[in-house]
Design a protein around this ligand. Structure first.
Ligand SMILES: [Zn+2]
Length: 312
């Protein structure tokens, strides 16, 4: 599955024929999004700019209520993952079609059937065909000005998703084709500082892993995320160690990417055994790992992540 319409490359967001009376949903501040909207040349639209990171279901319901009866033609998610996730969930609730425009590139969320929404302050990863965008626009225009930290976390996530997705048991020649192409482009973009290639690489990664799954690297990473480590940062070590465990064809090149992006080793506050208890029930990731993973394996991987500097 992928969006009905995909526009990508320079000027893609400028040349898209935006429908009238769309509701633009964004996370940033007016000084930034006004420039974006000018560039896009969009007219006759409504704007909601109060989406916060890790959006809650209450935000989605508030937007639904606020714009009910206003004949909204489309939702346009403009921003990072949060704006797009809100659009995806809203679209499912109301049946109004959605256009997704990522401005930070890495998750590939504009291509996938996944959305992350918080319920009772807990993030929940949801999947539904109804979350799929009606149109996705991937334009490197939005890239310059992205802080290095956000750029490298996103790039690392995209590379982890592409390579884990390639190895996933749910993969097939079609998804592997996208994952392989995505990783090759991301590797070139990161190693040779061609950052304008990142959006396209992340987009292909989204199509590839979005139709297979991520695996052990992602499963290991969430105990670090729970202690406040950004997603892409946690993957730098976790996916490296997971690729080594799986004897992935991507082990060596993924590690080079993590080194090039200058990630530091990770620390974990909770005991390894306790962390392994949290990781083991994550069957969505572990069952799709190319080889079976025991609790002892997970503890060994965690030990290597926090005690052996896997990026050295
Ligand atoms: Zn990820």
């Amino acid at each position: 599955m992928m969006p009905k319409k995909i526009m990508f490359g320079e000027n893609a967001a400028k040349e898209f024929p935006y429908p009238k009376n769309a509701l633009v949903i964004t996370t940033t501040t007016p000084d930034i999004y006004n420039k974006w909207l000018d560039y896009m040349g969009i007219k006759n639209y409504e704007l909601y700019d109060k989406v916060t990171p890790d959006p809650a279901i209450e935000t989605v319901e508030e937007i639904k209520k606020q714009y009910e009866g206003k004949n909204i033609s489309y939702y346009i998610g403009l921003g990072g993952g949060s704006s797009m996730d809100v659009c995806k969930y809203l679209g499912k609730m109301t049946g109004i079609p959605k256009i997704l425009i990522p401005t930070t590139f890495g998750t590939g969320a504009e291509m996938t059937t996944y959305a992350v929404i918080s319920f009772d302050h807990k993030k929940k990863l949801l999947q539904d065909e109804a979350f799929l965008a009606d149109a996705s626009i991937v334009d490197p225009y939005f890239l310059p000005g992205t802080p290095f930290n956000i750029m490298r976390n996103s790039a690392c996530d995209a590379a982890a998703q592409a390579s884990e997705g390639y190895d996933s048991k749910l993969g097939n020649p079609f998804t592997q084709f996208f994952c392989k192409e995505a990783f090759d482009i991301l590797y070139d973009a990161i190693m040779n500082d061609k950052h304008n290639l990142l959006p396209y690489g992340a987009m292909l990664s989204g199509i590839g892993f979005g139709n297979s799954s991520t695996t052990l690297g992602h499963a290991l990473s969430y105990v670090f995320s729970n202690e406040g480590v950004p997603h892409g940062y946690a993957l730098s070590s976790c996916t490296t160690v997971a690729h080594k465990f799986n004897q992935s064809p991507y082990y060596k090149r993924f590690k080079e990417i993590a080194q090039k992006l200058k990630f530091e080793p990770l620390k974990l506050q909770q005991p390894l055994d306790q962390a392994a208890e949290v990781i083991m029930p994550d069957r969505g990731h572990l069952d799709n790992n190319p080889i079976p993973v025991s609790k002892e394996d997970v503890i060994k991987c965690l030990d290597e992540i926090v005690n052996a500097n896997p990026l050295a």
